[in-house]
Design a protein around this ligand. Structure first.
Ligand SMILES: Nc1nc2c(ncn2[C@@H]2O[C@H](COP(=O)(O)OP(=O)(O)OP(=O)(O)O)[C@@H](O)[C@H]2O)c(=O)[nH]1
Ligand SMILES: [Zn+2]
Ligand SMILES: [Zn+2]
Length: 232
């Protein structure tokens, strides 16, 4: 089975791109399923079901969705194998810009849209910086010049990535993406022992543990302060 991890900021076009890419996979006779990770809510499962794609959802609730992803990815793989999938895609909303769900030796795609602002590629951290492929969506609603500037900002943030423009509405570019992603020789049966591409930050403070009160006496663990100098 091929495993592909796709992530990106909320509403950037991940599901649209995945659905168009699945159409291309299906033309090749491949069985594809999706596991969707989000924090609090998603209705992507309905979209996948409507398209006849086996889907399972995981909501991380109060946990960082990327930490939750890593704790669950082995069972996700077993779910895909139990359904005899040729390609298993994980979709995760990159809600935590410090972390990323990518594993070494597992195809990793970051989706980002042209409307998100030219400094966004610098802001979204390892989710973009350590992706193999960066897919840029919504090129249909910006000018050629804006597309070029945005793509160059993405390339600056991740010089090794292959950048691909995909239109989530009409699927232009999705066939090419499917060709880059599918590896006939890949036959993954477990992710046990694989490693994350990027270490998750060790940010364990009292607020991570549910503290709500404000003030020095309540702040324990990994607490960092802005350097205020003599301003306060
Ligand atoms: N104009 C335009 N709209 C797009 C494109 N791709 C996606 N959209 C629209 O953007 C909206 C969000 O798309 P989704 O595919 O649901 O985005 P997502 O990243 O999966 O969203 P979440 O999983 O909810 O974070 C939808 O209304 C899509 O129709 C594109 O290339 N061009
Ligand atoms: Zn989605
Ligand atoms: Zn995180």
């Amino acid at each position: 089975m091929n495993l592909i991890s796709i992530s990106g900021p909320p509403s950037c076009g991940k599901t649209s791109v995945i659905l168009k890419t699945i159409e291309a996979f299906k033309e090749k006779g491949l069985q594809v399923g999706v596991v969707k990770f989000d924090c609090l809510y998603t209705d992507d499962d309905k979209l996948y079901e409507k398209a006849g794609v086996p889907v399972k959802t995981g909501l991380s609730g109060s946990l960082c969705p990327d930490h939750y992803f890593v704790s669950n990815i082995e069972e996700v793989v077993q779910w895909g194998l139990a359904r005899s999938l040729d390609v298993l895609i994980t979709e995760s909303a990159g809600l935590c810009n410090r972390c990323s769900p990518y594993l070494k030796n597992v195809s990793s795609v970051c989706v980002i849209d042209n409307l998100s602002g030219i400094n966004t590629p610098k802001k979204i951290g390892p989710m973009l910086k350590s992706a193999d492929i960066v897919v840029i969506t919504k090129g249909d609603i910006v000018s050629q010049a804006e597309r070029e500037v945005f793509a160059s900002k993405v390339q600056m943030a991740n010089s090794k990535a292959i950048i691909l423009h995909v239109n989530g509405l009409n699927g232009q570019g999705a066939y090419e993406l499917s060709g880059l992603l599918y590896k006939e020789s890949e036959n993954l049966t477990t992710v046990r022992g694989l490693e994350l591409r990027y270490p998750m930050p060790s940010a364990l403070c009292s607020y991570c543990l549910g503290e709500k009160r404000i003030g020095e006496e309540y702040q324990l663990g990994n607490v960092r302060k802005i350097d205020w100098g003599d301003e306060i």
